[in-house]
Ligand binder design. Sequence first.
Ligand SMILES: [Zn+2]
Length: 257
Amino acid sequence: MFVDTHCHLHDEAFKCDMELVQEQMNSCGISVAIDMACNLDCAKIGKALSEKYPSNYFGVGFHPSDVDNFIEGDEQKIIEFTSHPKCVAIGEIGLDFYWEGYDKNKQIDLFTRQLDLAIKTNLPVSVHMREATKEVVDILTAYKGKLPATGVLHCYAGSVETAKILLDLGFYISFGGTVTFKNANKILEVAKFVPKDRILTETDCPFLAPHPYRGTRNTPHNIPVIVAKLAELRQTEITALASNIMQNAKTLFYKIK
Ligand SMILES: [Zn+2]
């Protein structure tokens, strides 16, 4: 019934109790969880999880923070992962100009190379955008009409105006625990505005646990808390919204069974 379109179950934080996490997901009705990679090692774990647990799928790609781990030849390795039946996305990719010491051009080069891979492999992208709104919007605009399966802006934190541009480009907007935070005013406006055929949910776990669990390890079974908040904002029924979001996830990540 519920879907987590962007999580990091490959993270060390889940190493000790994966069975328990999977059981909790099942008992909370999380029937789809997509593990987004940060690099090829993460993708390898995501792939193994998808082979072990029916509700697990995975993405493959390099997070902007992992830009220095990308080496020539890795593009071919990404393509090899995408032939797996449960590899549903190129992700997580994007730009992050928040942290000090980044090489802006290197990140942009890696982002565009991976968008080219999305074209080549016919897969949607899961996009990370932090302190880099103008650059991401400009790049995605340059790719308008070229990405066969478009993608999603994960854990969206931008304005309604930017969301309109991204929606016009065919992108989906995904919301996580931040919609439950006390200082979330800007995101709440976007969460009310996004059309029902373009909204998605995620946890980005183990990070960004929703209120009242903020600061603890986040897990996919917190998705119902996020859907409840979105339903309240959008003045709709939780079950109707959840099935709506599941349909959107299956439309975008079309390899999900
Ligand atoms: Zn993430």
